[in-house]
Design a protein around this ligand. Sequence first.
Ligand SMILES: CC(=O)SCCNC(=O)CCNC(=O)[C@H](O)C(C)(C)COP(=O)(O)OP(=O)(O)OC[C@H]1O[C@@H](n2cnc3c(N)ncnc32)[C@H](O)[C@@H]1OP(=O)(O)O
Length: 432
Amino acid sequence: MAELSDDYEIRRFPAAVDGEPGYPEAERWVKAVSFGFHESTRTPEHVAKSLQTYRADRRIFTGAYQTREVAPGSFPAEVPVATFGTMRKTLNIGFGRMLETQLVTAVTVRTSHRRRGLLRRMMSEDLALAKADGVAMAALTASEGSIYGRFGYGVASFERTVTVDTSARFSLVHQAVGRVDVAEPKVLLDVAPEVFARVHRLTPGSVDRQEWYRQLASGSLGRDGKEDPAVKVALHYGPDGGVDGYVSYKFLGWETEPHTMHVVDLVAATHEAYLELWQFLAAIDLIERITWEEAPLDDPLTWALADPRCIDSSDSRDMLWLRILDVVPALQARHYPVDGRLVLEVLDPLGLTAGTFALAVSGGKAAVERVGPEADPDLTLDVSALSSIYLGAVCPVTLTAAGRIREHRQGAALRARGLFAVERAAHCLTHF
Ligand SMILES: CC(=O)SCCNC(=O)CCNC(=O)[C@H](O)C(C)(C)COP(=O)(O)OP(=O)(O)OC[C@H]1O[C@@H](n2cnc3c(N)ncnc32)[C@H](O)[C@@H]1OP(=O)(O)O
């Protein structure tokens, strides 16, 4: 664990709502986070609403506080100079299996206190505590690609921004089996979590959503802390009449050309619902373009379009970063689509998971054991590379080519690729 400096005290406390004794401390913490991300100062109402959703997620706040006298006139000592938030949610690890995961969010360090090891200290302590608490996986989404590899995180899923031309060119090779109709946005307060729960069970890489998502999708609470009257909603009804998908969207205004609808949230629990929601979006009159920032890379829409070039997707990026905290339970939790055996030598910059492990899969079920240093490894890899291949969305053969995995036995990386494959493309619709 990192050296603790006397200049700062680290405090951990749960999210509190207005009226509770911990509220002033939680309020200052939230304000420090928005300062760290260069947002406008949040109004007290906005902070109160944020804290209600954070409480529903049972978030834990970590703050670093100055212990020495602060400069006169500067932020007082009660305002944290560094923030670090966590909550626990499930991660779909393929074939419908769920793994409890420590989600890390709201990481900020005030400019005047940066590069003194505050992030390293908060991260090392938090990951060690989560592991001691029996949590085998941590996850985050990163503001910069250069920060988190050193702590053992690896990119495990991707997303892309798509701009879809919905002029006369747009045509889907798909015969509708259900129907789509517009609805009052507030219906999503109830419907969105139900539809998302189905998607979460079906999609490897999916992280269960925070409370805020249903509020965002229904226009109840926008990013600015206010209701968003621009949000519109359409529901997809399957052949049985039940709602199995929705899209929440906003018109970008007549001055944006071509006239564009922006997707706020699109969640579909069946293949048909996904395509039919796109058919609906493309059919909106006076609109020639749809934009969506959270589209999958491996997207059925591409293959259902008569002209796949209707999609412009120049912006692909990393999405979910995973960090295995405990190798044996993490690997044993997965289902494997093929049988096989692999000996993995795992390196860990924080020392949480280092060791050599034998993974033996029979009938899809894994037995994992720590073996001695004399065991002959098939692969040597950093925990960040193991975390990257865990969801099947990053290819071990490619990581070997990149020098991130060392293959001691020819064909071992390809074997790992087969073992870690999942039943459908990994995609995470949850930012946190
Ligand atoms: C999950 C999320 O919340 S993502 C959001 C992350 N936050 C932001 O981007 C907000 C703006 N940035 C910041 O607040 C800070 O610069 C932070 C949080 C990124 C880093 O905090 P610091 O306390 O300065 O980091 P700390 O001093 O502990 O550095 C630890 C190591 O990371 C390195 N590092 C830190 N930030 C960066 C960076 N942006 N790029 C590259 N390396 C970095 C340091 O050089 C150091 O390396 P070393 O241990 O090998 O010497």
